[in-house]
Design a protein around this ligand. Structure first.
Ligand SMILES: [Zn+2]
Ligand SMILES: [Zn+2]
Length: 407
């Protein structure tokens, strides 16, 4: 399946705004790899550099390398030594040192971290970037920024989305379950991101675009519908459909950010939780857990916060404008319990321990995650009523599947 640039309809958007159109092409299909040499030939690329780590090289990198050899396309390859390279100065340096032959195109064969690094390097070097995805683990493939670690801090740098994104369903479906769960979790974060965006829109007049919202909404809804139809033990073909849908949704989320010009359509309080925990892990010298897994978990926490406030709203504790905005912004939200059940089915971890944290860190994040970004979310609404302490004490941090028999 080839998704041509389907974002052109946003050129004349009903919201009256001029959106920046994403200009990447996406190829999702089991024959998708052929798009790589095709792209290189069409664009007269002379000497691309393949970038991978030992795992992704084994999964797909070597195959790309052979394919280019067969097609007579001269190229170099940089395979990082570590299996989990960080997107930090060290690896950016290694990448630059690998550019000995002045590549005129960078081809990442990887999931999150390396794609982030290469997206940034390609932007700096003003060469095109072809991203071959090895796992549907995050929404950064189509992103126009790159989150990198600088002096131990995560900083978002300007970058450029790849010119071509390739996903092979059979490969994506064979990725570790945890990485697929992370991609699913990152996509589900758009549910609470939407409520936060609408809340800010109705309460503070922040710019909103219903058409971009609809693009993200459809990606989330389609994925949930497919998840509900797919069982863990289903045939490969069904699993491939599901990961393709997740990947497509993540790419649309990235496109939505480019269209809107800022990350609102894809990121709200659930992402602030994730950033908060990530900063903590970096500070303490731990390897942070996959971004999307934390987002998928935080989405459940934020849904609980919305429910808690809905209760106060029914008791008349919100001001009239707040209550009106709250009703308009949150009517679509699923119940936190229903979300947990669905997320659990997709292997999203719903307890702090499974994410390498403890309960205290979760409750602390309820109090403090709002300070991570200067952006209005449900956390700011709670803070303005001095509710964060109570929320921190009362949210359920550990979800247990319903027991079929009780002792
Ligand atoms: Zn619009
Ligand atoms: Zn995300």
């Amino acid at each position: 399946m080839t998704l041509h640039n389907e974002y052109t309809k946003f050129a004349a958007c009903s919201c009256g705004r001029t959106h920046t159109l994403p200009d990447f092409q996406t190829v999702l299909g089991n024959q998708g790899l052929e798009a790589v040499p095709q792209y290189l030939k069409t664009h007269a690329v002379q000497r691309p550099l393949l970038v991978a780590d030992p795992n992704t090289w084994a999964v797909l990198g070597e195959e790309v390398h052979r394919l280019l050899d067969d097609m007579g396309i001269a190229h170099d390859a940089l395979v990082f030594e570590d299996t989990e390279p960080a997107a930090d100065e060290d690896h950016l340096g290694q990448l630059m040192q690998g550019c000995l032959h002045r590549p005129d195109c960078l081809v990442s064969v990887a999931s999150g971290t390396i794609t982030d690094l290469v997206r940034y390097a390609a932007y700096l070097m003003t060469v095109p970037h072809v991203a071959v995805a090895t796992a549907p683990s995050m929404d950064g493939y189509a992103s126009s920024v790159a989150p990198l670690i600088s002096k131990g801090h995560k900083i978002t740098y300007l970058a450029k989305a790849p010119e071509l994104i390739v996903g092979i369903p059979a490969i994506l479906a064979a990725a570790p379950k945890k990485m697929i769960a992370a991609g699913f979790g990152d996509l589900m974060g758009k549910i609470t991101a939407k409520a936060d965006w609408l809340l800010s829109h109705y309460l503070h007049g922040e710019a909103h675009c219903a058409e971009i919202q609809a693009l993200v909404d459809a990606a989330v809804a389609d994925t949930i519908k497919l998840l509900e139809q797919t069982e863990d033990n289903d045939a490969e073909a069904d699993q491939e459909l599901l990961v393709t849908k997740i990947m497509e949704g993540l790419i649309h989320s990235g496109a939505a950010i480019t269209l809107m010009g800022f990350s609102r359509p894809a990121s709200g309080a659930e992402h602030h939780f994730s950033h908060y925990w990530e900063m903590q892990a970096l500070r303490d010298g731990h390897t942070p857990e996959l971004h999307g897994l934390k987002v998928g978990y935080a989405t459940w926490i934020v849904l609980q916060i919305y429910e808690w406030i809905r209760q106060r709203r029914s008791e008349g504790q919100l001001s009239a404008p707040e209550a009106a905005a709250f009703d308009q912004a949150t009517g679509f939200l699923p119940a936190a319990a229903a979300y947990a059940e669905m997320a659990h089915k997709a292997h999203v971890v719903l307890n702090p321990e499974g994410l390498g944290m403890d309960e205290r860190q979760v409750r602390q994040a309820v109090r403090e995650a709002l300070y991570v970004r200067d952006r209005y979310t449900v956390l700011r609404l709670a803070e303005s009523h001095n509710w964060l302490d109570a929320l921190a004490d009362e949210v359920n941090v550990r979800w247990l599947p319903e027991q079929t028999c009780t002792a």
